[in-house]
Design a protein around this ligand. Sequence first.
Ligand code: G4P
Length: 297
Amino acid sequence: MSIQWFPGHMTRARRQIQDKLKLIDVAIELLDARIPLSSRNPMIDEILQQKPRLVLLNKSDLADPEATRRWIEYFAEKGLEAVPIDAVGGNPSREIIQRSKQLLSAKIEAQLRKGMKPRTMRGLIVGIPNVGKSTLINKMAGRKIAATGDKPGVTKGQQWIKVGTEMELLDTPGILWPKFEDQTVGFRLAATGAIKEEILDTAEIALFAMRYLVAHYPVALKERFGVEKLPEDPSDTDAVVELMEEVGRKRGALISGGRVDLEKASLAILRELRAGKLGRVTMELPEGEPAVQSLEG
Ligand code: G4P
């Protein structure tokens, strides 16, 4: 699914989330563990303001564990608790409840001191399209509640979903826009499959991904595609395109005359990357990290 965001959509999406914030105790910000900043709404701090917030790094099954560890540190330095989850293969409900309780502990204790029974915690999941909001809601509900591919700005009656005895979730997530005015962000979103290829050129996305893989995951790249030599300089476009052609030949992406169909080769590369066939790959590191090849040890 891809959504075309216009200023009107953004204003409406923002207003809808702000309305929902009044109803909840904790905001659950869902990010893609492979691209935590690029999958983040640029105005999220302004939108959520002081609302207690839990950051979830979803699709952590596809992300590099070492990079995820660094990202958790990055968020901790910003005063945010980030928890890696896998909304498909895992069952993160307990952890989300526990962490939310910790975030709200002062409030809960104050209620207890006054002799009040703590109220059921109410949460709202927010995030950009395709980050896994519906998958997570359905997992936490234990049944199918949220339709994947919800559109921004479409209001429907909202309901509370019980998650165990201590928490309730709004059944409709808050859908936010990514920071797509930044081209690198757009490429990262496209490389991981958060936005569909039609918006950006497939070969350009694959070139972007390939450069990154040459720099950060050379061993995985060689093993998956059975290539022996990688370009020495990932910014050498000709050399990286040659590598893509080599992969294309191995994947049978050919046009008449035995030439490589770069479009088909690019699709194969992206498909395999997104499906985790190259192993667990993180496409973005916290700022200031040394950029080169450190992730594979
Ligand atoms: P959204 O509501 O935020 O828009 O996202 P949604 O739940 O629809 O999830 C988007 C895609 O991401 C789905 O794949 C879903 O299965 C996948 N996904 C969600 N969470 C995880 C996770 O923790 N790990 C992995 N590996 N995948 C996850 P899909 O239906 O195949 O859609 P698409 O890939 O064809 O776009």
